[in-house]
Design a protein around this ligand. Structure first.
Ligand SMILES: [Fe+2]
Length: 193
């Protein structure tokens, strides 16, 4: 736990002065952890997922510095080396660093998702981006259908973006009274004189 918190704090420092980016990865981490735990990931995979969600967007800053712009592919190009450097300094195991930097380098690629850590990182990032980019309901629905695989991820998306609407009919009050009448009658309760 200590090392993950250190990584989180390092990332906050990395994006100091940019609360939107900081809050972005904190939200992605939170969703990823929730999904990972609910989907019963083993300890190591969950650990990798948590580390990856903190650093997944680490490539944005070096992309902006080098090219004056950032997009998915520049981030994937610049991110891994930066993540490796930071995680090495904090003493993470080589194996963990390798997988996390792979995820950093692929998290904008949605074909050939291999592994639950990859899948859940993508889902958590989408859950946050749908909201932050104010995407419309239908687009969100389609994208969830296409990309989401875990039950927990799908459920979270549904709860936030397209909960089953409660449709009130025009005669709801009347219907309610009728239902009550029927109920009373079926119970054999007579309240009328
Ligand atoms: Fe992200």
């Amino acid at each position: 736990m200590g090392r993950l918190n250190n990584l989180c704090k390092k990332m906050i420092g990395f994006y100091r002065g940019d609360p939107a980016r900081i809050q972005h990865f904190l939200k992605v981490h939170s969703f990823a952890k929730l999904i990972g735990e609910e989907e019963s990931l083993d300890e190591k995979t969950l650990y990798i997922l948590e580390a990856a969600s903190y650093v997944h967007d680490i490539g944005i800053r070096p992309s902006l510095e080098k090219y004056g712009k950032e997009n998915g592919s520049l981030q994937e190009k610049e991110g891994p080396a930066e993540a490796e450097k930071m995680m090495k300094e904090l003493g993470f195991d080589k194996e963990i660093i390798e997988r996390v930097s792979y995820l950093v380098g692929h998290h904008h690629t949605y074909t050939d998702i291999n592994g639950m850590d990859y899948q859940i990182l993508v889902e958590a990032d989408f859950l946050v981006n749908y909201f932050e980019n104010q995407m419309d309901r239908e687009t969100v629905k389609k994208s969830v259908k296409k990309i989401f695989r875990t039950e927990t991820g799908k459920h979270l998306a549904e709860e936030m973006f397209f909960p089953e609407e409660f449709v009130m009919s025009e005669t709801w009050a009347q219907d309610g009274l009728q239902e009550l009448d029927d109920f009373i009658e079926s119970q054999g309760i007579y309240i009328r004189q």
